[in-house]
Unconditional design. Structure first.
Length: 170
């Protein structure tokens, strides 16, 4: 759910998390990599600037043994959205990474750009999952300052406030 939020209206990206992207992710998660690759290939035909389609198709290619094709797609995603694709293809959308691996992935992309909102939010979310509420709230507050998207800003403010009030109750 958060990945879909991040794909809409943040940064310089105009590509929403389309139903086809989501359908491809569902197919890949169920092991149907050929079907997922087909879906993302059609998405790329419709929208050649879809970094999400390239990064996901690249991951599916890699998992299917087509390493060179995967690297080529990740490279294309990197040209379209460098910081985004770097963080994502290390932990990728298809197979959910263990939280400790996700922290390394978001740390790497935050080193490239400490103000990159998707990585800031996702690091906050990962830390929240690991029970590190105080640091998670700091990152959510930072992303509130960084975003110009009023819907995301409201969502993050609500999220941070609810974490703070939950922590205060304990």
């Amino acid at each position: 759910m958060l990945a879909a939020i991040l794909m809409v209206g943040i940064g310089n990206f105009e590509v929403p998390a389309s139903e086809d992207i989501q359908r491809g992710i569902r197919k890949a998660r169920s092991g149907q990599f050929d079907v997922a690759i087909n879906i993302w290939s059609k998405e790329i035909e419709k929208n050649p600037r879809s970094h999400a389609a390239y990064v996901n198709r690249g991951s599916a290619y890699m998992r299917s043994g087509y390493v060179f094709r995967g690297i080529m797609d990740w490279s294309r995603a990197g040209m379209l959205a460098p910081v985004f694709s770097y963080g994502v293809y290390l932990g990728d959308f298809i197979i959910e990474a263990p939280r400790n691996k996700a922290i390394l992935n978001y740390t790497a992309s935050l080193e490239l750009d400490p103000d990159y909102i998707p990585s800031v939010v996702m690091m906050g979310s990962t830390l929240m999952d690991l029970g590190r509420e105080e640091k998670a709230v700091q990152l959510f507050r930072k992303s509130i300052e960084l975003t110009k998207n009023p819907l995301l800003k409201n969502h993050l403010e609500y999220w941070a406030a609810s974490i703070e009030s939950s922590s205060a109750e304990q």
